[in-house]
Design a protein around this ligand. Sequence first.
Ligand SMILES: Nc1ncnc2c1ncn2[C@@H]1O[C@H](COP(=O)(O)OP(=O)(O)OP(=O)(O)O)[C@@H](O)[C@H]1O
Length: 358
Amino acid sequence: MWIKSLSLRNFRNYRELEWEPSSGINLLKGPNAAGKTNLLEALYFVLCGRSFRTSREEEVVRTGEATALVKGKVATAWGEIETEVRFRNKTKLLLYQGKPASRRDFPGEKVVLLFRPEDLLVVTGTPAERRALFDRILAKLVPGYEEVLTRYRRALEQRNALLRLPGEREEELEIWTEALVSSGALLYRLRVEGLGLIGPLTSSFYRELVGKRLVLRYATSAVSPTRDKPFTEQFAKALSASAEKERVLGQTLVGPHRDDFLFVVEGEDLRYKGSRGEVRAAVLALRLAEAELLEKITKERTIFFLDDVFSEFDPQRRRALISYLEGRQSFVTSAEPELKLPGRTFFIEQGRLRADDY
Ligand SMILES: Nc1ncnc2c1ncn2[C@@H]1O[C@H](COP(=O)(O)OP(=O)(O)OP(=O)(O)O)[C@@H](O)[C@H]1O
């Protein structure tokens, strides 16, 4: 799949743009605040019908204007499609092939791999950041993941609200504890299954990039299930063991919302022993594995959005990334004026784009 054209009207700092990107690598160069990420955001709208940056999408309308428009043509395995997003008075209208549509009609998140600077820090970041990235990835790869995650989050929210309420609400609490345990057990199973899919591929990319053995490990909070003591039993036990503390703190202290995803290289946790380059290579390996698996699911080539991450890699990993990007459409932003990549280069300044092919 690839984006053949993009039209913008009053989108963020773009007054008007008509652009035909290349089907290969598109390097988008320009100074800070030029409009590089804005352009990625617009391209993302074409594919997914939503922003990856904000939930207040009315902010994409150019300051001082009342309406904005994003329109694109996309080449797919089954022919060319046209999508359009219109913004007016805080409302958003999606059109697919010229007719009102919903986000489900758009090509969707499964054809896009969005790689942002904050993703690079995920190995050494907080468990919440790692969970957020893995949840995003596994939602695309594992059928039913998103639904189970939503169910778990709802049970957690309800249970936490009850824990914070003064007085006894034992019956209600019991109901939500059961919902938490059953959805939690499913979530655990899907996460382990998901890691079983993406782990081995991530390891093989990491071996290519760094020459060492990487294993992705799922670390549960206070629960270590075995065949004799399944997750459900252990989770319920751990919850009752922390019941008193939970009452005091007003929150659920164990469960998949406290679990972690670890990157282990040659038996050592990369958080503590990895070099900056190794940490970045581990995330790159994970994202390349994600792309590979997505392509198997969608039967389409993944479109890469690399926002400000390319310059973070050393020459060896840059070469590996470029060779992977070849044959796929990609949009690579950089504020590094000297950066050169095979494919086409565009220069962006103050919401204007020009080819920079000399
Ligand atoms: N609705 C809007 N109307 C007008 N301008 C906007 C709007 N939203 C954002 N901008 C402007 O867009 C610019 C930021 O663009 P963008 O985030 O794409 O920068 P960038 O080129 O990715 O920069 P960096 O290299 O710093 O990441 C800012 O100057 C901001 O004021």
